[in-house]
Design a protein. Structure first.
Lengths: 121, 108
């Protein structure tokens, strides 16, 4: 059974760097075709894809946020970490991590519960 | 980047109605289109992938169709549990992944 869980601060100040961790189980991020992505959703708004990391360490970023994002993985710890620099109140959102199989689906089939991050001074 | 336009943004329907949601891509994405259902306070749930493949465990009243730039999600007979917001998502390998703006299905 695949599970993912996001963790990190619930409150960050403007200009600070956000670091979120996705801890997963039930799959290996060294298996060919597997990826983990981050998606966010501001209150009352649509989903926005942020970043993806693949089994081979290929990394993809949303063009509009690329300069602020870094995604890394620790296969031995079953962790994926997302950092977002220069946080702003508009970055207030629920942040999700999710599992993806590139070859077969190119869709997020299993999601974490999400973690709400508020940006405020 | 590929833009995904969903219509309508809001849909009012009754239990038993046939409901169709449309998603249009700004350029061809072959069949790399997924549909999700999201209920308030919950993570999205995958319904359909590769435009028409039903995810395991999803009721057969849900179906997806389309290819290229135009796609539809159809609920053949709307059930009380289906009132939610639906999102499309594309992932053409030559372009960044993007979501549509969502369609909220409300009780009429």
């Amino acid at each position: 059974q695949i599970t993912l869980k996001e963790s990190g601060p619930t409150l960050v100040k403007p200009t600070q760097t956000l670091t979120l961790t996705c801890t997963f189980s039930g799959f290996s991020l060294s298996t060919s075709g597997v990826g983990v992505g981050w998606i966010r959703q501001p209150p009352g708004k649509a989903l926005e894809w942020l970043a993806l990391i693949y089994w081979d360490d290929d990394k993809r970023y949303s063009p509009s946020l690329k300069s602020r994002l870094t995604i890394t993985k620790d296969t031995s710890k079953n962790h994926v970490v997302l950092t977002m620099t220069n946080m702003d109140p508009v970055d207030t959102a629920t942040y999700y991590c999710a599992h993806l199989i590139f070859s077969a689906r190119r869709a997020f089939d299993i999601w974490g519960q999400g973690t709400m991050v508020t940006v405020s001074s | 980047d590929i833009q995904m336009t969903q219509s309508p943004s809001t849909l009012s329907a009754s239990v038993g109605d046939r409901v169709t949601i449309t998603c249009r891509a700004s350029q061809s994405i072959s069949n790399w289109l997924a549909w999700y259902q999201q209920k308030p306070g919950k993570a999205p749930k995958l319904l359909v992938y590769k435009a028409s493949s039903l995810e395991s465990g999803v009721p057969s009243r849900f179906s997806g169709s389309g290819s290229g730039t135009e796609f539809t999600l159809t609920i053949s007979s709307l059930q009380p549990d289906d009132f939610a917001t639906y999102y499309c998502q594309q992932y053409n390998s030559y372009s960044p992944l993007t979501f549509g703006g969502g369609t909220k299905v409300e009780i009429k």
